[in-house]
Design a protein around this ligand. Structure first.
Ligand code: DP6
Length: 322
């Protein structure tokens, strides 16, 4: 009983921060993302008869008890569905840095869900896979699909899942990820989500989410970069305002982050099709159209006379068995 799957991380264009239900990872608001081709997590899962322990190897190293426990709980849920008790060996290989705000848990739990379902002989449609992936990591809900994806917040385990808005070939948006810091971020998303409700601004952000989701959906369907840039940057800044005003506050931006944000805004003011968004870490995702890629790269790498490492991603496909 072995299977292998590939899944891609995703970058949220409209983000969620804070859960309505932390155990089920039902988010406080819906979200929209782009699945990132070029970056991937390849996960193999082997259920071993007679073994009752799980093992998790990430990029060749046995993971610590916290990560293993989280992955085991995810498998427990799937094992119950399949009526299987065997322990599993999970081996994951990624081609991008983990835990640095590049949605590594999204790719990991989407790949784990798809590989484990296949190894267990569960025939599940994408909506069900997406619901199950959510229980491992909220953003993994979206990485089950390729292209442009919307997650409906829902309010129950059944109603909280994602669906595709448009396929990967609908619009060639590139994500240039400026790696300002490759270290694991100081506060993980799971701990961060639990703080969101302590910000007095969270209620207003959540109440305004349907408007931002609608604006983003429309910009994607119309391939309207200017409108997309406006709503993506506004949504990112709103999420970080929640983080900065929670108890205790979370500050993910560094001075370099702010410099890159300013450089991106300047570039757009000069006519380039580029905008920024930032997840729960200091690294900046610069979304751009292909015709602005060279200008964006030049501005990013020359900014502050320092050269940053830049990862390049493009609209990518769904999570799949390989
Ligand atoms: C800032 O999905 O990483 O990227 O469920 O704890 O794994 P866990 O949280 P996670 O949270 C994502 C937060 C975000 C915004 C987003 O992707 O919508």
């Amino acid at each position: 009983m072995r299977s292998e799957a590939i899944a891609h991380p995703n970058i949220a264009l409209i983000k969620y921060w804070g859960n309505r239900d932390n155990d089920l990872r039902i988010p406080a608001n819906g979200s929209i993302s782009l699945t990132l081709g070029g970056l991937e997590n390849r996960m193999s899962v082997r259920f071993e008869e007679g073994s009752n322990a799980d093992a998790l190897i990430i990029n060749g190293e046995a993971s610590g008890p916290d990560m293993l426990g989280r992955a085991s709980r995810h498998l427990d849920f799937m094992r119950r569905e399949a009526g299987v008790e065997a322990g599993a060996r999970m081996e994951s290989v990624t081609n991008f840095p983990l835990g640095a705000g590049i949605a590594s848990s999204a790719a990991a739990y989407a790949a784990l869900t798809v590989a484990a379902a296949s190894a267990l002989g569960l025939e599940l449609d994408q909506q069900t896979l997406s619901r199950i992936a959510r229980r491992g990591s909220g953003s993994a809900t979206r990485s089950i699909y390729g292209g442009f994806v919307e997650m409906m917040a829902g309010d129950t385990d059944q109603s909280s899942y994602a669906q595709q808005i448009a396929p990967a070939d609908h619009w060639q948006i590139l994500d240039l990820i400026v790696l300002l810091d490759e270290n694991v971020k100081h506060t993980g998303s799971t701990a961060g989500h639990a703080l969101a409700a302590s910000s007095p601004l969270q209620e207003a952000r959540v109440a305004d989410a349907p408007r931002r989701l609608q604006a983003c959906r429309k910009a994607i369907l119309d391939r309207d970069f200017e409108s997309l840039a406006h709503i993506v940057e506004r949504d990112c800044d709103m999420m970080h305002a929640i983080m900065m005003t929670s108890e205790p506050p979370l500050h993910f931006w560094s001075g370099d982050t702010l410099q890159i944000m300013a450089a991106v805004r300047d570039l757009r003011a000069q006519g380039a099709a580029v905008c920024y968004t930032i997840d729960a870490g200091p690294n900046v995702h610069c979304l751009c159209l292909p015709e602005s890629e060279n200008d964006a790269l030049r501005a990013l790498t020359e900014n502050g006379k320092r050269t940053w490492k830049v990862l390049r991603a493009h609209p990518g496909p769904a999570a799949r068995v390989v």
